[in-house]
Design a protein around this ligand. Structure first.
Ligand SMILES: Nc1ncnc2c1ncn2[C@@H]1O[C@H](COP(=O)(O)OP(=O)(O)OP(=O)(O)O)[C@@H](O)[C@H]1O
Ligand SMILES: [Mg+2]
Length: 444
């Protein structure tokens, strides 16, 4: 009786706190199970609050150890007529805002001390990920003087996302998801030619299948060159305007495409415009996308006859690369390597292919060759793609304009084949590719 009277006399705040402590303990015990069952719910209820506490707890120490804090007092003071040098007693940590919740992560805005650059924060991201026990932290800067630290609780690319079923503009395709959850969009009107590199079984052909699956629905001519005997691109044959499976065929096909391109150039000149997109609707020719799988096969030489063919292929591809962007002719070139060892033609063509996607590669040199003079972080990111995650790539064209990790959709050959058959009626003939041909305007 006495006990009951004592219990009921406890103030409500104590009850509330007690209930919160019990709820936190239950959540803490169930946390590993909840994380496996429903990672997003786990992050909302447990992961995010705990990470915010870790962030607050470690921020000062991290900033000090990583050299992001600055001395609180000038290291030298004037004492009478003497300058006394000394170590600042208390470094000032950078000012961090309130961490914001994101699906599967958090972001926090940090104000840079004067003289600091975002790169200094990028260099400390590994230590931050370690201290906050998250998968990765990225430093992103969109305004001067501030940097956003974006943390991902787990690798968002660990599972392939559901293929995109909607529609985007002409010559655009959503081929996967970026690491930050955004759509990985390939837009040929913005970046006209692409180089896709990766070791065997890394996901190159699947990316091509994803592109074909979307462009098959659009009024676009798809042309394939697949020197693996047509094993990969042959699946989409019903929707392809032409498919070359040997180098001899490729030479003939590329000659036609160069002729088509020159015709378009003449039309633009005669009309006084600088690109086919400026032509009147009726005159606009069908955009052409040339897909090349296993590009190295086109450049390999054994005999002198091979040499002549390689030189023809190389010249034709280079012309398409140089002239095509304004004339609605686009190249998507995929291969395991595409470097100077294949000859000067390969290097010159590579320079024309501004869009880059680099899947897992066998060596650092290939990643550097593919991603060019991007920062070392991009090359490191490629090298850390595990064999167990095909379809993960480092690509250019992220929402902030730079590079980011992304994962392509898993479009199976059967799915792409089915789409190719379904939209076979949209396939333009070779004749319709020529400027001024009947039907070209109607298709675009
Ligand atoms: N985005 C993805 N998600 C999950 N699995 C994928 C993804 N992309 C590819 N894969 C798997 O990886 C395997 C190899 O993919 P793909 O054939 O595209 O590789 P590749 O680079 O073209 O290889 P190769 O050089 O041998 O032709 C496929 O069987 C597929 O199951
Ligand atoms: Mg392949």
């Amino acid at each position: 009786m006495v006990l009951a009277a004592g219990a009921t006399s406890l103030p409500p705040i104590v009850w509330l706190l007690g209930a919160l402590v019990v709820a936190a303990m239950v959540l803490g015990v169930l946390s590993p199970w909840l994380r496996r069952r429903s990672p997003n719910l786990w992050w909302l209820l447990w992961g995010f609050p705990v990470t915010v506490v870790r962030f607050r707890w470690t921020w000062r120490r991290l900033a000090d150890v990583q050299g992001l804090s600055v001395p609180g007092r000038p290291p030298a003071v004037l004492l009478g007529a003497v300058v006394v040098q000394g170590r600042a007693l208390k470094p000032v940590k950078p000012r961090a805002g309130v961490p914001r919740w994101r699906r599967g992560g958090l972001s926090v805005k940090v104000r840079l001390h004067s003289g600091q650059t975002p790169e200094e924060y990028a260099a400390a991201c590994g230590a931050m990920a370690h201290a906050w026990r998250v998968f990765a932290v990225r430093a992103v800067s969109d305004t001067r003087g501030t940097v956003w630290l974006v943390a991902n609780a787990w690798d968002p690319l660990s599972r392939p996302a559901e293929p995109f079923r909607g529609s985007v503009g002409l010559l655009s395709a959503v081929v996967g998801v970026w690491e930050d959850g955004g759509r990985w969009l390939v837009n040929l009107r913005r970046v006209p030619h692409w180089l896709v590199v990766g070791a065997t079984q890394s996901g190159k052909s699947t990316l091509l299948a994803s592109l074909v699956a979307q462009w098959s629905r659009q009024p676009v001519a798809l042309v394939g060159i697949d020197l693996k005997g047509g094993m990969e691109l042959g699946l989409f044959a019903p929707r392809l305007t032409a498919l070359a499976t040997s180098r001899r065929d490729a030479v003939d096909l590329l000659d036609v495409l160069v002729e088509v391109t020159m015709g378009r150039m003449a039309l633009c000149r005669a009309t006084g415009v600088r690109s086919v997109w400026e032509l009147p609707d009726k005159q606009q020719p069908v955009p052409i996308v040339v897909l090349v799988d296993e590009v190295a096969e086109l450049y390999l030489t054994a005999t002198s006859a091979d040499k002549a063919e390689v030189s023809q292929v190389s010249t034709a591809l280079l012309r398409l690369g140089q002239l095509g962007a304004a004339l609605g002719v686009h190249l998507i070139v995929a291969g395991q390597r595409f470097g100077s060892d294949l000859g000067p033609g390969a290097t010159s063509l590579r320079a024309q292919l501004a869009g880059r996607a680099c899947f897992r590669v066998a060596d650092k040199g290939t990643a550097e060759m593919t991603l060019g003079d991007l920062d070392a972080g991009a090359v490191d990111a490629v090298q850390s793609i595990p064999v167990s995650m095909p379809g993960v790539a480092v690509a250019l064209g992220a929402p902030d304009g730079g590079w980011m990790r992304a994962r392509s959709f898993l479009v199976t050959p059967e799915e792409a084949e089915e789409v190719a058959v379904r939209f076979a009626h949209l396939r333009p003939s070779v004749g319709q590719l020529y400027a001024g041909s009947a039907g070209a305007g109607g298709l675009s």
